[in-house]
Each structure stands twice: as C-alpha cells, then as structure tokens.
Design a protein around this ligand. Structure first.
Ligand SMILES: [Zn+2]
Ligand SMILES: [Zn+2]
Length: 497
C-alpha cells in the first residue's frame, strides 16, 4: 500500500494509479502523526473493534476495507505504523518481530508498491511484513471481558500437598501489588495443569486476560479441551498455525509462542509452559513475542521441569521467586536413572548391531509385552539400527522430528500396537505412555544434556499403579550431564513435605 502526505496526515492512495509522490509507509518513518483522541460521536465498527483489540495486524489479516480502517484512524480509533522501518544508514528493522539482522531480510518486486520491496524473512511464517505493509492497532474502547460471567472452576479433583502449596503461592501473587516473574519448577508428571486452575480462576475473576503460551502446537491441542472442561463458562481460545479461533476474543487464551506476534499489550496473567523448550529457548523472536503480548504490569509464570542454568541461579540467589513441586501427583519417587556401560555404541549402531547389554536388558520386557521407549542420539543412527531391531523383535517402530507419520506412529505406541519405539530427543517431552520403560542408548552423546536426560527419565513411571519403571542410560563413559541429571532427580526425590 502507498501513502501521500497531506496536511500532516498520511493518506492511503489506490494502488492502481498512484500519484507520483506516493510512497510506502516506511518512507515516512521520520514523520510524526498527531493521532487524535477517539471521537465520541463517531460510530465505530464493533466487528473491527473485536478483531483489533489487543492486536497488531497487517491489512491482509483484517477483513475490512482500507477506507473503513482509515476512517477509524482519522477518528482516533485505529493507528497504523510501518511494518519495516529503516535506520539513517538504511538498516531495516521489522516492527512485528524486532528483527534487525540484515541477512534475514530480502526484497522482491512488489505489486502493491511497484517497488523493490524489503521484507522480513524471520517472521514470514506468520504472513509477509514488507516495507509497504502497515501494522494496525486499536486505540478506541476495548472489548471487555464478560464480567457477568462468574468463570467458576468446574474441576473437582484434589491437589496433592505440594501442588496445593504451589497453587496457593500463585494465587497469592495475583494479589500482590508488584507483579513480576515467578518460576514454577515442577517435576515431569507433577500435574501442572491442575495446579494452575485456582490461579486462572482468580485471575479471570479479577478481570485479567489470561494467556498460557507453549512452544508446541500439540500442547495447545491437548490443553484447550481440558481448560474448556475446567472453565465451561469462559471462552477458551486456542491459537496455533491454521487455528479457526484466530480472530476471536476470549479471556482465556492458549497459544503457541509464534501466534503471539499478532498481539500487543494484551495479557496481564501470563503462564509460559516449558520455558526451556526448543524453539522458545533459542529464539529471540519468541521472547520478543511474549514480551510484546503481555501488559507492562503482567504477572508472568515460568513453568518447567528443567529450568535453564541461568534461571536456576536467579532462583537460588533470590532474584527470581519460585516454588518447586518435587513430587509427582501420585506421590511416588521419580525413577532414578541407572548407568550401564555398553561399549562403543556408535560403532555398533553404525554396523547395524545392537549392543549386547542393550539386548539383554530389552528382551524380558519384549517377552512380557511391556512398552519401551528407546532414545538414540541422532536420526541417522536411528535409521541405521531400526531394521536390525525390526528383525529381532516384534512390533518395533522408529520416529523422529522430521517424520511425516510422526503423529500416527506415536499413536500406535500409545495404543500398544507398537511395543518398542525408537526415537530421538523429539519425544523427550509430551508423550507419555503408562507403564513404559525408558532407555537411552548413547547417553554420553552431546545431544543428551542434563535437561534432556531429566525430561527423558520423566517419560517413565507415570502411573500410580506402576511408579517403579526402569530408566537406564547406556553409555561408553559417564558424562557430567548424565551425573547432573541423576543428581537433579535424586534431589527432587529428597524433598519431603
Ligand atoms: Zn519480522
Ligand atoms: Zn511493497
């Protein structure tokens, strides 16, 4: 889209026949618009209000005409800004995702502005933001959470003493004057969703907008129905790539971190699930997205079984308030991993041979039809050894991150059709199969960090009826990470109530 400067206002012009002085919005970065206050006599479009409240969207994401949008801008209800700005030296900056890395911009011959148009490659999966893309925000009265709704918690389960303690702290923080950051350090299988319920209920009652952000779509899909059940009167919005809830408004939102790029100053109670998980931990863009989506006074809860070293240090030195939930919901200890030397596993796997110690461990479980998770350091090794496993044992399958049939294969393992599932670290989180045993072959490989090994151990013994699952790290030399993972689990087990 192109604009011209008229009486200190930027006015959009038709793309078909633009006047000679028309420019993309990014060309006017130095021009400050005096935005008017909302004109009370203007009857604004409530549907537009609904779409734009708390959001920052491109024109393509709004199903209203430019003239409607511009009308609202002139009357103080909507503002727009350039999606890409340029520094004095010409360096681009993406306003949506905060990208300033010149190698992550590109340009194309743009039909909309008729120019060679710079666009951001970093947030391209959310739709293109280019130099002629305006980003629109709402500045009129916002859609308000439905305060007539009591949002009563319908969940009637009970919390364990550790869960209760953590839950009480979360609720108490909602009433403290100074909001900030809080770490909820809960072991795998602690029942973290349930312990959030009372705080979510309170936050909704206080009129706060609540966000649960997670790096993974499958977590959104799993959480949304549980939240719907727990809060039948609240509108639960589930956001992920391709979600139909995209432009709905609700007081309780569960979203992938990517989708937060469409929000601005929206949520005052923010829970970030698996804060240490890929891709969130590595990606500055997603940190920025969370930062932008929360209000300046928001309370932010980080939820994880394996905090980053930095977070642990901040917690232990008192700079990050926290609470631990060191027990699983059923109260039993976490299975402590044992170490077993298996010789040079890399050479064995490359020769398509299963190390003898691994076979000896595996055989009785296979004979008794017990499900086994077997973790390997890489996709390549997995593919090299899978045929041998399939020759020697019935119902073995392999799955990895780039596997097109990932969902189906995991489901087959859940259903019990597949008994032994070979996998890479992709399944270290999320997937749990009751009664399964867990082995890592090549636990000394660099990919198996302390956090990864703790998460993997957490796949075992999730059932109250069978808490004593085997967790075994097969290795060719014990690493520091392996020892740290074992200490981490033992320390959690030593915490008593
Ligand atoms: Zn961007
Ligand atoms: Zn353009």
């Amino acid at each position: 889209m192109l604009f011209v400067l008229e009486q200190n206002w930027l006015v959009p012009v038709t793309e078909n026949d633009p006047p000679a002085n028309a420019q993309p919005l990014s060309a006017f970065t130095n021009h400050t618009i005096q935005w008017p206050q909302p004109d009370r006599n203007f009857s604004f479009n409530t549907e537009l209000q609904q779409i734009l409240t708390m959001r920052r969207l491109t024109t393509d994401e709004i199903n209203h005409s430019i003239s409607t949008l511009y009308d609202h801008a002139r009357n103080g209800y909507v503002r727009f800004e350039a999606g890409i700005t340029f520094s004095a030296s010409g360096r681009p900056h993406c306003v949506r995702c905060d990208n300033t890395d010149p190698t992550r911009f590109a340009s194309f011959s743009c039909a909309r502005c008729g120019q060679e148009c710079t666009y951001c490659r970093r947030c391209i999966t959310m739709g293109r933001v280019s130099a002629c893309t305006p980003l629109w925000t709402w500045h009129g009265p916002e859609t308000q959470p439905d305060s007539a709704n009591p949002h009563t918690l319908a969940w009637e389960g009970t919390l364990s003493p550790f869960q209760q303690q953590a839950s009480d702290k979360l609720v108490a923080r909602l009433h403290e004057a100074t909001a900030g950051e809080f770490l909820l350090w809960a072991v795998c299988g602690a029942g973290k969703t349930e312990m959030l319920f009372p705080a979510i209920e309170r936050a909704l009652a206080l009129g706060k907008r609540v966000l649960i952000a997670t790096p993974r779509t499958d977590v959104v899909l799993e959480l949304a129905p549980r939240l719907n059940e727990a809060f039948p009167e609240a509108e639960v919005i589930a956001l992920y790539g391709g979600s139909e809830d995209r432009f709905k408004q609700g007081q309780l939102v569960v979203s992938t971190t990517h989708q937060l790029l469409r929000y601005k100053d929206a949520f005052s109670f923010v829970i970030i699930d698996e804060v240490d998980a890929f891709p969130y931990s590595a990606d500055a863009m997603l940190h920025f997205a969370v930062q932008e989506a929360r209000t300046p006074d928001a309370e932010t809860v980080y939820l994880t079984a394996t905090p980053s070293p930095d977070m642990k240090t901040r917690a232990r030195t008192g700079r990050l308030p926290y609470v631990t939930v060191p027990r699983r919901y059923h109260g039993f200890d976490l299975p402590v991993p044992s170490f077993r030397w298996c010789g040079n596993w890399r050479t064995s796997l490359q020769r398509a041979q299963i190390p003898t110690t691994v076979s000896t461990w595996l055989r009785p479980y296979v004979d008794q039809d017990v499900p086994v998770f077997l973790f390997l350091p890489s996709i390549v090794l997995l593919e090299q050894i899978l045929p041998t496993f399939q020759q020697q044992y019935p119902s073995v399958d392999g799955v990895h991150a780039e596997d097109a049939e990932r969902k189906e294969k995991v489901q087959a393992f859940r259903d019990g059709t597949t008994k032994v599932l070979l996998t890479t670290t992709i399944l270290e989180r999320g997937v749990t199969v009751p009664g399964s045993q867990v082995a890592v072959v090549g636990a000394d490989a660099p990919v198996f960090t302390e956090a990864a090994l703790v998460q993997i151990a957490g796949r075992a013994g999730r059932k109250a009826s069978d808490p004593n699952a085997d967790v075994i790290y097969f290795h060719y030399g014990i690493t520091r990470e392996m020892a740290a993972a074992k200490r981490h689990i033992e320390a959690m087990n030593e915490s008593k109530m």
